[in-house]
Design a protein around this ligand. Structure first.
Ligand SMILES: Nc1nc2c(c(=O)[nH]1)N[C@H]1C(S)=C(S)[C@@H](COP(=O)(O)O)O[C@H]1N2
Ligand SMILES: [Mo]
Length: 523
């Protein structure tokens, strides 16, 4: 609008700005109602695949690796919440713009919202959990959003066309009640969708009815003294509730154990199918295994140690009969994620498990209920498939997996590493200071941990006894510190006498190296 126009139209500028606000609000309400309708319908018709979760999963799959790494280091395990907030902001901005557009030049705004519905539809089509029913929610979301936008913006245009003040007052009331009412219904619908996503509640209840069998081979006992009593040191066994969670599943796959099947396919003599009851009836064994994520930075906490209960994978593979020439098992989860594990790591004596239990309980939903893989010595991305439904015996030359397709190393042995947990960030008093932490070299074992303060020499720490070579070990050392700042570093030596690499390398492509060094402030 030129200054001249503005001057001649004078008082019209006020109402016009108000109309623009109502138009934006109409766009928000229309999109809100669409999303609420889609999520509500999905909660009923397709609980593990909704339009929002499908679009989010597409974003997760296609976002470049470095961006994903940055998101994990920035938001940690809240990365999924951050993604949802980001998606919400993008949708809200586009919806407000669609409202304004639709009032000025119909049906451009409606087309924008229709595109969002189409994007939801396309996203659903690409997902592993796809079913015809899953198409309904994004379709409904798009139709509701477009119809509501048309209806609301018609009223706003009607208001703008009012000839008399009385007319305008009546029409304004119509706009206010319909936009406000729409917003209320959208909120209600979203709340209902949350409640109706009872699928999660349902599977949680099913999980509570699972009775795990007594293992036929118990885990090695925890040796006396393995747990050092140091405040702030990571516990030797990580409670499930504190165990790090990393996966691409925006919504936890919901699997009724009664419907769960594992299929063993590919280069086998006979395809095998195993159900949950058969798995629980097989001889199960229990072992402590420290699981680590390849994205764990030096000093990071994407690592945990738990007692896993399961059937050795080699026994499942033996039932199928592995054919010569195979060198890899591609494991796939219900939601389509996959990992490529060297066949040998699943058949040798390291006791890779098809796990059903974690710390004496059925697997928590976020950690793979009802069944996942746990393979000592390998990073999770090449081995620890949660919600696992298929093991395909194949060859590295023939097939690839989710992360290896995205530039991560084909083989992912866990790197020898150590971490300082104590002291934390808070300043400590001068005198004797305890430095403590954990060190790990899964499936090889740790033989020594050393600590260095400033330019002093490396001093041997007290290394607590370990449960097995597959678990981390705690260490501690008392050092004398004068007031000031002290750079304190740790390094581990594995059971073969190999010393931890000092060279700093990033997590991509196969795990970080470098020494964890902290600055201790002494009062
Ligand atoms: N289905 C599925 N399984 C998965 C993943 C995933 O994205 N999807 N991520 C893997 C990665 S990268 C890691 S480090 C471990 C983490 O297991 P946790 O979440 O139980 O700690 O799970 C692995 N299993
Ligand atoms: Mo990972």
């Amino acid at each position: 609008m030129s200054t001249r126009e503005r001057r001649t139209r004078g008082s019209a500028a006020g109402p016009e700005r108000a109309n623009r606000r109502w138009s934006a609000a109409a766009g928000l309400v229309a999109a809100g109602l669409g999303v609420a309708a889609g999520e509500l319908l999905a909660a009923i018709a397709s609980p593990s695949l909704s339009p929002v979760s499908a679009v989010g999963s597409v974003v997760i799959d296609f976002v470049p690796g470095p961006v994903k790494d940055a998101a994990i280091s920035l938001f940690g395990t809240a990365d999924k919440a951050a993604l949802l907030v980001g998606m919400g902001l993008v949708i809200a901005l586009a919806a407000a713009a669609a409202g304004v557009l639709e009032v000025r030049r119909p049906p451009t705004g409606a087309a924008v919202l229709g595109l969002f519905g189409a994007a939801g539809l396309a996203a659903v089509l690409t997902r592993q959990q796809f079913s015809l029913l899953a198409l309904l929610p994004p379709l409904a979301a798009g139709v509701v959003a477009v119809l509501v936008l048309r209806a609301l913006t018609a009223r706003i245009r009607n208001l703008a066309a009012a000839q008399t003040n009385d007319d305008a007052a009546v029409r304004r009331r119509t706009v206010i009640t319909s936009v406000g009412g729409g917003a209320a219904v959208a909120l209600l619908g979203a709340a209902l969708a949350g409640i109706a996503r009872g699928g999660q509640v349902g599977v949680t209840a099913l999980r509570e009815t699972v009775r795990l069998p007594v293992p036929s081979r118990r885990a090695a006992a925890i040796p006396a003294g393995a747990e050092l009593a140091v405040d702030g040191l990571a516990p030797l066994v990580t409670p499930a509730a504190d165990f790090y969670r990393i996966d691409t599943a925006l919504r936890v796959p919901l699997i009724d154990p009664a419907d769960w099947r594992l299929r063993v396919t590919g280069m086998v003599d006979r395809e095998v199918e195993l159900d949950y009851a058969e798995l629980l009836a097989a001889p199960l064994q229990e072992s402590y295994v420290t699981l680590a994520c390849v994205s764990n930075e030096v000093g990071g906490n994407l690592i945990g140690n738990a007692r896993w209960l399961g059937m050795p994978v080699r026994e499942v593979l033996a039932r199928a009969g592995v054919q010569p020439g195979a060198d890899m098992v591609l494991s796939t989860s219900r939601d389509g994620w996959s990992a490529s594990t060297p066949l040998e790591a699943l058949t040798d004596d390291r006791d890779a498990l098809l796990a059903v239990g974690m710390n004496g309980e059925p697997l928590p939903l976020e950690h793979g209920f009802p069944v996942r893989l746990v393979v000592p010595g390998l990073y999770g991305y090449v081995s620890a498939t949660k919600w696992v439904t298929e093991l395909r015996v194949t060859r590295f030359a023939d097939e690839t997996a989710y992360w290896t397709e995205r530039g991560w190393g084909e083989s992912g042995p866990v790197k020898l590493a150590s971490r300082i947990d104590v002291p934390g960030r808070a300043p400590v008093s001068a005198g004797t200071v305890t430095v403590a932490g954990v060190a790990w070299a899964q499936h090889t074992g740790i033989s020594a941990v050393q600590v260095r303060v400033d330019d002093g020499g490396w001093q041997d720490a007290e290394l607590a006894p370990g449960i097995s070579a597959d678990t981390w070990r705690q260490y501690r050392i008392a050092v004398e510190l004068a007031p000031g700042g002290h750079d304190t570093a740790v390094r581990a030596v594995d059971a073969n006498g190999v010393r931890q690499a000092e060279e700093k390398r990033p997590v991509l492509p196969d795990g970080a190296t470098g020494l964890h060094t902290i600055r201790v402030t002494v009062r």
